[in-house]
Design a protein around this ligand. Sequence first.
Ligand SMILES: C[S@@+](CC[C@H](N)C(=O)[O-])C[C@H]1O[C@@H](n2cnc3c(N)ncnc32)[C@H](O)[C@@H]1O
Length: 463
Amino acid sequence: VSGRRVQPPQQRSGGAARGPAPARRCAFAVLRRVFEQGAYADEALRAEAAGLDTRDHALAMRLSYGAVQRRGTLDHVIEQLAERSPERIDAPLLAALRLGLYELLYTSGAPAYAVVADAVQLAKQGAPAGHGLVNAVLRRAGREGSERLLGGLDDATPEGAALLHSHPQWLARMWFGELGADQARALMAAGNEPSEVALRANPLVPAGERERLAAALPVRSHGDEALPEAVVLEQPFDAHASPLWEQGAFMPQSRAAMLVARSLAPRPGERVLDLCAAPGGKTTHLAALMRGEGEIVAVERDRARAGVLARTAQRMRAGNVRVELADARALPPQLQGFDRVLVDPPCSGLGTLQAHPDLRWRASRAGIEEMAAEQATILAEGARVLRPGGVLVYSTCTISSTENERLIAAFVDRNKDFSVDDLARSAPLAGGLARARTAAGHVLTLPHRDRTAGFFIARLRRA
Ligand SMILES: C[S@@+](CC[C@H](N)C(=O)[O-])C[C@H]1O[C@@H](n2cnc3c(N)ncnc32)[C@H](O)[C@@H]1O
């Protein structure tokens, strides 16, 4: 969508009387919800984009997600051009500046005058005064261009990479330390790109047979040699509005997320425990792999989310799923002796920065430590109720060794009856995904390398 040309005013409705382009109006409202009300960008977009056509929806998404993700770099430029700290600029004016600047510096196609004119109008609608600042800063940015304004930034150091790729400094330092400079730089650059959009075909309903599903979709797609259920989309698609979604034919899910249930590899007829299960993406995948035979106990603590999970299972004809409203840190006594256990606890989500633009600005080092303590408790509880000889998979959608490699190493160290099962031996790591195997035999997918979300998966076996 980047670079789509926005029609000049005179072709739209005859000149000065026109309002801002619908996609910009929507993106501006999303930015205000995110930065002034603390909303999640994806939810804000869903609320604000009602009524937009597919093109405008895609453009609004590109502009709003991009401006939220690039906030760090944009504020640096704003500070230079406005000669004042962004904190001292009225919120609606700042939103208009970030939006206009993002479009001028990171997209091509729309004429600069239209970008500036719309940003000024949006600023006027949001604040009684101060739109002169928006006009002056954006005009100057348009004149100077991205090469002059951004060309001097470089990512040689974590601090430089944080500024150039618009991530918080603590995160840049953490990734430089854990992944090495080259991987960290590439990962941060990828964090500003659109995310993979993939569907998992659900063979539990006839319309969900993979080839039939791909043929019925209104958009182009391709498959993945390692994941026969994957349908990777090549064009925008409103999955939740599709009748195929209602029929349970698919689940929107990254290929990395699909690797999780594949790594547990449940067999029909087994008893499987799924901890932290809502909204049910992996639960229903497990059910499909088990062809609906056997039992899946899906544990979720939040009542409303447990309801969503039950409805998802029903829609996807996952008849062997039983939802249990419980706390995975202290399971009820009747839950024990499982053949396989999936532990998919809440995590910092740093593997999903493409799809969750505001997440990098919410996450923190302290948050990671807190999460890890909870993850370790849930893992221990899942391990306790696994039968001898059983298999446990621990997964997160984050890239932080505190929540991943180090947590598993500490667990295996303390629990001598558990050992790491090398995931290279399991089917889903064929083809391109073979690169995702770590030295310890776990899986770590990286968005820049594997073109999917960043997931960590460890498989443990009980003696
Ligand atoms: C990462 S999401 C799980 C995603 C899910 N496995 C899927 O594939 O769709 C984490 C879920 O765990 C739930 N949760 C958090 N703490 C929990 C706990 N102590 N016990 C049970 N569920 C918990 C949250 O409400 C949330 O729904």
